[in-house]
Design a protein around this ligand. Structure first.
Ligand code: TYD
Length: 209
């Protein structure tokens, strides 16, 4: 890598936490490139189809390796080149999702996941990770009205484990945690507040036209 000129922000959260809406708004606000996992890579569409649309169960480690294949392509071909061009990047999910879903959700041991993930990403990490925190009970009503994929169909217990896992991960890795309750604008303002505190008023002032 020749050098990262742009800032890289990752958003994490359980399905229905509103992180995608917030990530897209943030990307517009700070003139960043919006991208997502799983799926926004050359192998992404195929990985997404197997991971999210298949009716059959997959071994948890199969999920892990499929997701890392997508991540390697995404990181090497999309994220790093954008950062090197000087573009800021907002990425919807990254390694935190693997620890939360395949680790806490599916029960794959942390050490095993860490080794596999580190091979995939060579320890290349974002400048900032934001966790949108919303109790999984609140998410149930939001998810009720929308079509769900194979992972979202796992049920309440699974979602609870993922939610609790995310909380533990945020402490372990020092992520910024944002309360995702309230209106879209309220959460967007909280997000900008965190960006300012992470990168400084001056940074946001330069790009906030
Ligand atoms: P999601 O962001 O919910 O996409 P969409 O809004 O298009 O449905 O991501 C899809 C699912 O993939 C989500 O349930 C979490 C899961 N996932 C993992 O289990 N592990 C991972 O490492 C990643 C990146 C995603």
């Amino acid at each position: 890598m020749s050098g990262r000129l742009g800032k890289w922000i990752v958003v994490e959260g359980i399905d229905g936490s509103g992180k995608t809406t917030q990530a897209k708004m943030l990307a517009t606000k700070i003139d960043a490139f919006y991208t997502y996992e799983p799926g926004d890579s050359l192998v992404g569409e195929d990985v997404r189809n197997v991971l999210l649309k298949s009716e059959k169960t997959l071994h948890p480690l199969t999920e892990v390796f499929l997701l890392q294949a997508d991540r390697i392509e995404h990181l090497q071909k999309i994220i790093i080149p954008k950062l090197e061009e000087g573009k800021n990047v907002v990425c919807d999910r990254y390694v935190g999702s693997t620890f939360a879903y395949q680790g806490y959700g599916r029960g794959v041991e942390f050490d095993k996941l860490e080794s596999i993930v580190n091979i995939a990403i060579s320890k290349v990490m974002p400048d900032l990770t934001i966790l949108y925190d919303l109790p999984s009970e609140e998410v149930e009503s939001r998810l009720a009205g929308r079509s769900t994929d194979r992972i979202e169909n796992e049920g309440k217990e699974f979602r609870k484990r993922v939610e609790q896992g995310y909380k533990a991960l945020s402490k372990r890795f020092g992520w910024k945690v944002i309360d995702a309750s309230g209106s879209i604008d309220e959460v967007a303002n909280r997000t900008l507040g965190e960006i300012k505190s992470a990168f400084g008023e001056a940074w946001i002032g330069n790009i906030d036209g």
